[in-house]
Every structure is written in C-alpha cells, then in structure tokens.
Design a protein around this ligand. Structure first.
Ligand code: MG
Length: 330
C-alpha cells in the first residue's frame, strides 16, 4: 500500500488579489504526496472548494494498492469529489512516474520545451493608477488585466497609456450580456488581444451571440470549462478555452481537454490558480501544446516553499530534474 498524505500549504500574496469574484491576501492550498511524488491542490472557490474539504477528500483515500505506474487505472477509480484534490493526486503520480523512469515529464510526453509561449502576468483589480503603475513596473510584455468593475474604462485607458505590452482581459464572469456587447467592439481601440470569460458560467448562448458580433477580439471561456466534455459543449460558441489543472482534475484530463479543443479548431490557453511552484511547474510541462500561457502563480506569491519552473522575464524555463522537477527551496 502506498500512502497518500497531505498538508496545508498557505500562500501569502505579494499584493491583494482582487478580481470580479472577490479579493484575497492569502490562499489556502494543499500539498499532496504519493510516495516520493509531490502535487498541489488549490481550492477553487467558485467550485465551492475549501482547504478543509480537499484535505478530508485526500484523507478518505488512505492509499493506493495498485502499481503507481498504472496512472489511468488509478485516476479512473478516484471517487468523485474535489477536482483540485484529484489534481493534487494526479500531479503527484505524474511526478512519481517521471522520477521512477528518470525523465522530466515533458520528455515522457514527447514535448519540445522551446515551443512554450511567453507567459502573461496578471494585474489584479485596483484603482486605475495603481494598476497602471503595476503594469509599468512589471516590465513584462504580456499582461492579463482583471476587469468587471465600475472602473473598467478608466483602468484600461490608464494601463494603455502606461505600457505598450500586449493586453489580455479577463472579466471572470463579471459582465452582463449588455455590458459585453457594448465593450467588446471597443476593445480593439486599446489593442486588446483577447477576452476571457466575459459572461456568467453556463451562458453559452450569450457567448455565441458575442462571437457573432465579429469584434475581432477572440473570446475564451475559462470558468465555464472544467473537462474535455465542457470544451466540446462550447464548440462554435468561443474562439478558445482556458485549461487549468485544478479545473480538469489534473494532467491526464488536461491533455484530453487540449486535444478536444484542437479537434474543434479552438485555441488553447494554459493557466493556473494561485499556486506554488508545484502546481505551476506541473502545468508548465504541458505548455508546449498551447497557444497562450498564463502561468504566473509563483510570481504572485511571497512564500513559495518550492522551486521549479524559472522565469526569464516572461519566458518559462522548465527544470531538467526527473518528474515535474520541483525541489524544496533552500
Ligand atoms: Mg480567467
């Protein structure tokens, strides 16, 4: 029997993280271990998940009596429940797989690390001038701007004046159909590259209508998409989907979701929740398969206990150690 163990992992944020869902200074994640493999589960508030709920799901699993190399068998048999907890187990098993075979995960997946797109860096909601200052100070070429407040127009114009960076917007389900229909055709004025989740989860018809406006701004679904099945359900309604390990329940289903998107000619953005280097490095191994990348979790956190993927500006450098390749920070 191989034990599955877990421990709380509380992350302190560098700046208050305010988006359309609410604001936070801390995130309460969970570290998962399966033998020498390590994984992370980040509670997704809009899935109703909590650190305590994730830990009780993991404790209830006890351990594995299968061969840990039989990932499909093990993951298929995990009981329904927290997607984040399932992601934690899935990541730890992929880490273990790579460690036992002596290869980094991206190599086992046959991927070329030079094909990883540059990552965006998130500017959370604040007063327009404060957001503009953060955008300028980052010095980074691609910014993801959180919108969905009364000040959207003021913040967008302040940021546009402060930087030449590529801008991606994320409303986190915070706009109504009317707001989105008004805003979308105007985003080109600000040089916006794409728009994430303008409408509430479930409003596929609203997304379809927005896309029919042909505003020239690609629309991506994020909160609406968990698994490959959701990707298929959004075919034709959006230009792209946002894949996160914490939504898919791990690497296995993320790969299925990516391939499903490709089968429907959709673009793929790979993203993360606020996670330490464990969760984000695991995701980064899949990044060569994606068009756009938003893997800035460790840059937003003050007390990351691990090191893994490294940042050279907006460039992601994967570790060469076996498995996902993270180690405890010294
Ligand atoms: Mg998003």
């Amino acid at each position: 029997m191989i034990a599955i163990t877990c421990a709380p992992l509380t992350l302190e944020l560098r700046t208050t993280f305010r988006i359309a869902h609410g604001a936070s200074d801390q995130r309460h994640n969970v570290l998962v271990r399966v033998a020498e493999g390590v994984g992370e589960a980040a509670a997704v508030a809009y899935h109703g998940e909590t650190q305590a709920g994730i830990m009780s799901y993991l404790d209830s699993l006890g351990g594995l009596d299968n061969d840990p190399m039989m990932l499909e068998d093990i993951l298929e048999r995990l009981p329904a429940g927290s997607q984040a907890a399932r992601a934690g187990v899935d990541i730890a098993l992929h880490d273990l797989w790579g460690q036992r075979l002596g290869q980094p995960l991206y190599r086992l997946l046959g991927l070329n690390p030079e094909r990883i797109p540059l990552t965006s860096f998130t500017i959370a909601m604040d007063e327009p001038e404060a957001m503009a200052e953060r955008a300028r100070a980052s010095g980074l070429p691609i910014l993801k701007i959180k919108v969905g407040s009364e000040q959207d127009e003021a913040m967008l114009s302040a940021i546009r004046k402060a930087t030449d960076a590529q801008l991606r917007l994320d409303a986190n389900a915070g706009w109504s159909r009317e707001q989105a229909q008004k805003w979308l055709p105007r985003l080109a004025e600000y040089g916006v590259e794409l728009m994430e989740q303008p409408l509430p989860v479930g409003d596929i018809e609203g997304l379809r209508q927005l896309r029919a406006l042909k505003s020239g701004i690609p629309i991506f679904a994020d909160e609406s998409i968990k698994t490959a099945r959701d990707v298929a359900a959004h075919a034709g309604a959006v230009d792209g989907v946002v894949i996160k390990l914490m939504k898919t329940g791990g690497i296995r289903e993320a790969l299925r979701a990516i391939h499903t998107a490709r089968a429907h000619d959709m673009q793929v953005m790979l993203s993360c929740m606020i996670e330490s280097s464990v969760g984000v490095t695991a995701a980064a191994h899949l990044a060569p398969l994606c068009d756009t990348v938003d893997l800035d979790g460790p840059l937003l956190v003050k007390n990351d206990p691990f090191e893994g993927v490294r940042y050279e500006g907006a460039r992601l450098l994967l570790p060469e150690r076996p498995g996902i390749g993270v180690k405890t920070r010294e």
